[in-house]
Each structure stands twice: as C-alpha cells, then as structure tokens.
Design a protein around this ligand. Structure first.
Ligand code: ITT
Length: 211
C-alpha cells in the first residue's frame, strides 16, 4: 500500500452542491489550503455509477483531478433510513430530483407512515459521508464518517442544507436544521469527536493528510 500523502497548496473541491462546498471550505480553512470548486470552474458532473458512497466519492475526485490537474477532494453522502431498508442512501440527491428537499423529506415521511413507523424508535436514520482525495498522478486517500439520529416530522429549522431539518442527531434536542454551522460540523478544539458525518470523516482525513 502506498504511504499516506499530505494535502497542501491549491486543491479542487469536486462538488456542485453549494451546501457541501460551504462545509468543506469551512473544514479546510484552518489548514491554509486554497480551494476552487468544480462548480466554479464549470467542470461537468461525472455520472455517479458506483454502488457505494466511497465508490461515488472516488469517481468524483478522479474526474476532478483529471479535469483540473489539482488534488481533488470529493464527498459522496446521503441519509439512510432504517425503516426503509437503508433508502434513499446513495440515491439521496436523486430522491430530491434536482433540489426539492421538502419533497424528498415528505416522501421519506410518507413511506415511513405507510410502513407504520410513527414512534421515534421506528424512525432511526443515519447520515454517511465518504470523502476521497485523488491526486493528478492517481494517488487516492479515502475516509468515511457516520452520525446516527431520528427523523422528525414536520422538518425543523432553516440552517444547513438537504435533509438537515428532518434529522435529530442522537443525544441532541435540535435538528441539524436548527444548529449553527459550528455546532453541526465544527471540530472541537479538545480533539473530541465532531458531530456531523462529514466532520467525523474529515477528522480522520486531517490526521492522515493534514497533520
Ligand atoms: P455533488 O455530487 O456535486 O457533490 P450532490 O448533491 O449530487 O453534489 P451527493 O450525490 O453526494 O451530492 O448527494 C448527497 C445527498 O445527500 C444530497 O441530496 C445532500 O443534500 C444530502 N446530504 C448530504 N450531506 C448532508 C448533510 O450534511 N445534511 C443534509 N443533507 C445532506
């Protein structure tokens, strides 16, 4: 196995999702890395043909590295609902059919109700974030983070993006939609575990590639 590689200088953030881009930039900010995004460079979105979060993150990071000649950092993420056998999972963006997250959250709620899942313990879900960095010479680094919680209805809060207003992380009383960006994905100064799936994956990435 190739030794781990340090991430430095200018990189590409291989996403077209503004919410993710904001979080990824905030996570990288303390490390003095400058990042342009695939959206800002007008790069095409590769087809996500993988069957796992990690496979799709790698597809996006590879496409970004090839198109830009820069180390490329990609996230593939989504929400998995226990009562729906893990759906929407890697199809989380596709369930929102463009950008209709209210519609996607309503579909999750409706499908849970159809299956009789009304009590909080029947509405368990988890977010996954797979982070990949691919360098132009093909070197790859991969990380994955997870946060477990419960789905509430109606959605609460206007912060964050995507499915955040419906997701109540375990041990908390406010949804991701009601939290500040720092509460959701800030990295605790004492090194303890961050809250969000993306921040948790990033903590592992930082140890290996930014330490
Ligand atoms: P890129 O592929 O360009 O990065 P995308 O939106 O298509 O953007 P994904 O394929 O990884 O990204 O889909 C992830 C989906 O899961 C997307 O609909 C997000 O809104 C949702 N999601 C991921 N992380 C989330 C988070 O922290 N909070 C809320 N929703 C999230």
């Amino acid at each position: 196995m190739a030794p781990h590689r340090r991430l430095e200088g200018k990189i590409l953030i291989a996403t077209h999702n503004a919410g993710k881009l904001r979080e990824m930039r905030e996570l990288l900010a303390p490390y003095g890395i400058t990042a342009v995004s695939a959206g800002e460079l007008g790069l095409p979105e590769p087809e996500e043909t993988g069957s796992t979060f990690l496979a799709n993150a790698e597809i996006k990071a590879r496409a970004g590295a090839q198109a830009s000649g820069l180390p490329s950092f990609a996230d593939d993420s989504g929400i998995c609902v226990a009562g729906l056998d893990g759906a929407p999972g890697i199809y989380s963006a596709r369930w929102a059919d463009g950008k209709d997250f209210m519609g996607a959250m309503a579909r999750i709620d409706a499908e849970l109700r159809e299956r009789g899942c009304l009590a909080p313990h029947e509405r368990k879900a988890w977010f996954i974030s797979a982070l990949s960095i691919v360098w132009p010479d093909g070197h790859l680094e991969d990380f994955e983070g997870r946060i477990d919680g419960t789905l509430v209805w109606p959605p609460r809060g206007a912060a964050g993006f995507g499915y955040d207003p419906m997701f109540l992380p375990d041990g908390h009383e406010r949804t991701f939609g009601e939290m500040s960006s720092d509460e959701k994905h800030g990295l605790p100064a004492d090194g303890s575990r961050a809250l969000s799936h993306r921040a948790r994956a990033f903590q592992d990435l930082a140890k290996v590639c930014l330490g």
